[in-house]
Each structure stands twice: as C-alpha cells, then as structure tokens.
Design a protein around this ligand. Structure first.
Ligand code: MEV
Length: 329
C-alpha cells in the first residue's frame, strides 16, 4: 500500500490566458489531496473517495462489469472525477510497463472539487505518484507533472495548460508558458486569503466559453493578451518584492477575467468584500463560474469580511506550500 499527497493551488495571475500561450503564475498552497493505492491481484480498479464533496462515493470498474457509481452526488461531478482517476491509473500502468495492473484507490482531499484550487490536478498527480511507486517504478515529479498534464488534457478535451499539474507536482510559486514550466526562486511572503462560495464551475465548459468569445470578438482576444501583460508586470513586481503592486495587478486580472465571462455574482461579491476590507488585491482563482477567490492581506480583515459575506461558505488563510508531490509515510 502506498500513499502520496500533492498540494492544491491558487492562481496569482494568468488562468485562462495560459491556455493560449500567455504566461501564468500559480502558487501551491498547504491544502492537499492524499491518494492511497494498493495493488490488486486482478485487473480491476476500485475507487473510494471520502469527503471529496459533501458526500463520498465508491466505484469499481474493470473486468466485465460496466460499473457506474450509484451515489448521491451529481453524475457530471462523479464522471469527471472518475475520468481523472482512470486517466491517472492508465498513466501509471504505462510508466511502469504493467498494462494489466489493478488497484484499490482511496482518495481523501482537503481541496474542494472544481472550486479553482486545483483539486483534480492534485488528485491526478498524487495518484500517478502513488501508483508508480506501488508498482516499484517511481518517477520524478517533473515526469509525474507531464503525465498528469496528459490526463487533464484528455479530460478537458484538449484545452488544458500545464499550469495546474506542474504546480501541484513541484510545489512553490511557478511560471508556466506553453511547454516552458519552472519554479520561481525568491518570492516574497504572499499572505493569501481564500474565500469559497461552496460551489464549483465546469472547467471544460468555462474554457470553451472563453474560446468562443475569443473567436467571436477581437477585443476578447485582446483581453487575453492584456492578461499576459498583467502577468509579465506581476512577475516583475514579484521579483522586486513589491507585494502592493502584486495586489493591484490581481485586481486588474480579475477585471479582465470578468470581461471574459468567467466570474460569477458570488465571486464578485467576495472580491469586493476583500477589497472593502483593504486587501492589497483580490481575484477569482482557477476556471471561475463559482468556487474560490484569492485575496492578498497580511491582516485578518479580509478573512473576517469574507466570513460575513452572504454566499461565502468558508474563508481561510492559505500558506504557500514549497513542497510538491510527496510520499506519505
Ligand atoms: C483551471 O484551473 C485553469 C485554466 O487556465 C485551465 C487550464 O489552465 O488548464 C482555466
């Protein structure tokens, strides 16, 4: 039996635009998905997920049974989660050269599903790491990231960037532009506060919506390019340790994401609550449509304001996690 864990993340800058070759800067946070795998004697895969959303579920597939889960969570959410786990197991089998390996898989996650904190990337990264180790064929975090990206790419119909999976695999603050992925060296202390509306967005549909707007309107394409400019300025501010400028640029980034149609009333309400509480900056994080916002605030004010914002279900401080995927003893 092997357990690996991998962190979730917030986007400081650049989600959505990264899908079109602009740079993005996601940062790993100290909220993890843990995946335990145990090799089976047959080719089946049994997945048990606890606390992934409000309800857990269990499902077995493989062999001749066409098992689909009989559970009390939305089918689309379960299908997406299963797609990620199935893809991760396929990648581990391929990496280890054991196409018929079966597993019992247990997933526990502190990262809400589909809420913009990189839950699917963390599950896929941890699952590939654990399953390759269980088969006696561990691979480096960069190789885990690469294989996890292929899974996200397939599940999201070819419209995924390497940002989420690379960040979860290597940890820390990273910069991703196309194939070029690297960790950022010295970043200043970033006092993240996360607000969560209890909901989630459909990443595939949101990414497709941005593509449709980009194709319909030149100014939507310009908006994506403008996000790239914000990210480049943001990197300079990060390198210079200018956290106030980072905050101002986060505000700008949120406005541009809003223009692209991926914000939501609940996300805007939380962004404004944090700004009214004198956060240095605030924006949605991840695909949008619902889920989480991230604010920068060294004081307790934004977290308190978020807690009292109608529609905000949870508000917490998120520390940067400098560690990526790791095996748990
Ligand atoms: C989703 O967490 C981030 C997006 O940029 C999609 C991606 O990068 O794959 C919206």
């Amino acid at each position: 039996m092997t357990t690996s864990s991998a962190p979730g993340k917030v986007y400081l800058f650049g989600e959505h635009a990264v899908v079109y070759g602009e740079p993005a800067v996601p940062c790993a946070i100290q909220r993890r998905a843990r995946v335990t795998v145990a090799a089976r004697s047959d080719e089946r895969v049994r997945v048990e997920a606890q606390e992934l959303t409000l309800d857990g579920f269990a499902v077995t597939w493989g062999g001749d049974a066409d098992d689909r889960p009989d559970v009390d969570v939305p089918a689309a959410l379960v299908d997406a989660a299963m797609g990620y786990v199935e893809g991760a197991i396929e990648q581990a089998r391929e990496a280890a050269g054991e196409p018929g390996a079966g597993f019992d898989v247990t997933i526990e996650s502190e990262i809400p599903l589909g809420a913009g904190l990189g839950s699917s990337a963390a599950v896929v990264v941890a699952a590939i790491d654990a399953a390759t180790r269980e088969l006696g064929a561990p691979i480096e975090p960069e190789a885990v990231a690469d294989r996890a990206y292929r899974v996200e790419h397939d599940v999201q119909d070819g419209e995924a960037s390497r940002a989420d999976t690379f960040c979860s695999a290597v940890g820390g603050a990273v910069r991703v532009q196309g194939e070029d992925c690297r960790r950022l060296g010295d970043v200043p202390n970033l006092p993240f506060v996360v607000g969560y509306d209890g909901g989630s967005g459909d990443t595939g549909a949101l990414v497709a919506g941005v593509r449709a707007r980009k194709e319909a309107y030149d100014f939507a394409a310009d908006t994506i390019a403008a996000i790239g400019d914000v990210v480049r300025r943001g990197e300079q501010a990060l390198e210079g340790g200018d956290v106030e400028e980072v905050g101002r640029l986060m505000d700008f980034n949120h406005g541009l994401l809003s223009a692209l149609g991926v914000s939501a009333r609940s996300l805007d309400a939380m962004v404004w609550a944090a700004r009214d509480a004198d956060a240095l900056g605030a924006k949605l994080t991840g695909a949008g449509g619902g889920g989480c916002v991230v604010a920068l605030d060294p004081t307790e004010q934004s977290r308190t304001a978020l807690k009292y914002t109608p529609g905000c279900e949870d508000a917490f401080r998120a520390e940067l996690d400098t560690e990526g995927v790791r095996v748990e003893e």
